[in-house]
Design a protein around this ligand. Structure first.
Ligand SMILES: CC(C)(COP(=O)(O)OP(=O)(O)OC[C@H]1O[C@@H](n2cnc3c(N)ncnc32)[C@H](O)[C@@H]1OP(=O)(O)O)[C@@H](O)C(=O)NCCC(=O)NCCS
Length: 160
């Protein structure tokens, strides 16, 4: 019996030509997802865009901002048709491994308080809340929603 689980391919870094297909996939996966112009600006700003590919199709991506001591996760999306099979956790774990290899001490991110799938993903990987930004996100129906700031230590903290 062959019970080895097949995982999608992690492609890093992506080319600018890959971005239009990612934008289409993101729009299907999430209301208010990053648009093509946001992805292009991010790519041109030097952010790292890590892709997940399955059977020659884009299945997800993550956008990382590397800083001197830490990496900020700016976005993570898994294609609608591929959600809930562990691929978000796989992609984020791969990003953490890359960050550790770069000697970065922690991952940092922000999430809407009402985004329960994303909060579940981060909790399952051991992220912890370190702050709350009241009314940080606009809500499409009107009003605003809090953002949670989460972190995960990747390396032991240096002694003072
Ligand atoms: C958030 C997102 C990336 C998760 O990707 P995914 O591949 O579906 O997640 P996984 O299958 O790896 O799930 C990992 C854990 O997250 C949690 N989770 C994922 N989807 C969930 C859902 N719909 N409801 C509740 N918990 C959920 C669970 O704890 C899950 O672990 P389990 O399956 O062992 O219970 C995906 O839902 C997505 O692309 N959403 C739209 C974009 C978005 O909101 N990005 C986050 C921006 S901060």
């Amino acid at each position: 019996m062959n019970d080895v689980k097949a995982w999608p391919q992690v492609i890093f870094p992506l080319a600018e030509a890959d971005l239009p297909a990612l934008a289409v996939m993101a729009a299907e996966a999430q209301i208010g997802a990053w648009t093509l112009s946001q992805l292009v600006s991010s790519w041109q700003a030097g952010h790292l865009i890590v892709g997940l590919q399955w059977q020659q199709q884009w299945a997800g991506f993550a956008v990382l901002l590397p800083l001197p001591d830490e990496v900020e996760l700016l976005e993570i999306v898994i294609a609608q048709s591929q959600q809930r099979q562990g691929w978000g956790r796989y992609l984020l774990t791969q990003c953490e491994t890359w960050a550790i290899q770069q000697g970065k001490g922690r991952m940092l991110l922000e999430v809407r308080v009402g985004n329960m799938p994303a909060r579940g993903l981060y909790q399952s990987l051991g992220y912890r809340e370190i702050g709350r930004r009241r009314g940080y996100y606009p809500v499409p129906e009107g009003g605003r929603e809090d953002g949670l700031v989460l972190e995960k230590r990747l390396l032991p903290e240096e002694a003072p």
